[in-house]
Write a protein that binds this ligand. Sequence first.
Ligand code: PLP
Length: 409
Amino acid sequence: MLRINDHFLELPGSYLFSEIARKVGAFKEEHPEAQLIRLGIGDVTRPLPEACIQAMHRAVDEMADSATFHGYGPERGYDFLIEAIIRNDFAPYGIEMDASEIFVSDGAKSDTGNIGDILHTDNRVCVTDPIYPVYIDSNVMAGRAGTLDKQGRWSRITYMPCTAENQFVPELPEQPVDLIYLCSPNNPTGTALTRKQLKRWVDYALEHDCLILFDAAYEAFIREEEVPHSIYEIEGARQCAIEFRSFSKTAGFTGVRCGYTVVPQDVCGRTRDGRREKLNPIWNRRQCTKFNGTSYITQRAAEAVYNPEGKQQVKATIDFYLENARIMREGLTEAGLTVYGGVNSPYLWLQTPQGVTSWEFFDRLLHQAHVVGTPGSGFGPSGEGYLRLTAFGNREDCIEAMKRIKNRI
Ligand code: PLP
């Protein structure tokens, strides 16, 4: 009889977004005239940069002619994109990177979810809390998480709370861990680690022989000087960190799909007999076996993000979202609320008023202001008492939502 991977059944249903949809649906039925403003989604709304559109059109024309047609490409990505990535995302920060260390993919969700394929199930996982749910769910599927308790914590996972009390900077773990997930700028809190704060984690990983999985999907939103754009700005990170990048929030590629993962040649793990082995060739083998490359058209579009027009257009879009975030921060503060994030990030992390849970505050916003957010408790136990708003909406909606929150909450 065929056996399934029982670990998939251990996962709780994805309650968060279905419950939001249910509550919003019920509200709309009761109040069909209400003009809802949705500030809960983590998806972009601005169109692709013109430079990317033009590059895609040219690539489509190439595909129409047998002389310039492209079939299967290199699984790891085309050299033209890998070279543009190294030249633009790393060289300006003084980071040297070899082409063999970059793996182009269809996005950071796949890579952060798949990286566990090459790591033993016995590894002890450490996550910051609240968290982008993929890190935990993919470890549950692999059988690394243990059992789920009533507070929503898995028994084999170490949670490092990030709350207002510690300025959203996680403490180092007290018990031994092997695999550490960090995300900066962070989804959902919208806060970012400084160079000094990240260095503590790199030093810890080097000292304890851990691997850091560093998710930099929101790198393009960094505006403050002390926030590093890549973990490889920190000395020693090449020995202990894998970095994930995405074009989704950088250039509006959520529907196009492109990202990349950096696996330095210096990063190693141990075999069952204690030998040190490089992770780079193992990830390469994994990708070449299970992934057939990102489409040529998509990679040409991603390359255009780095040409002079592309850079300017990307910056204009990110500036637009960050201006939304600024307006929202100001509006929420004027409304008497305590708000974090929104400076190096499109996310605003609101503290709910004293004694009000995440879901109660979600209901209050929905019913009194007709604004939809995302309850913080959906991102992990330490998200309780917070609510996430995103700055990806249009300007008028952001302004109107703030007006309503000020007047009605
Ligand atoms: N990492 C984080 C922290 C995210 O918030 C998201 C998307 O919301 C992703 C990764 C997924 O990125 P991609 O669209 O490249 O799969």
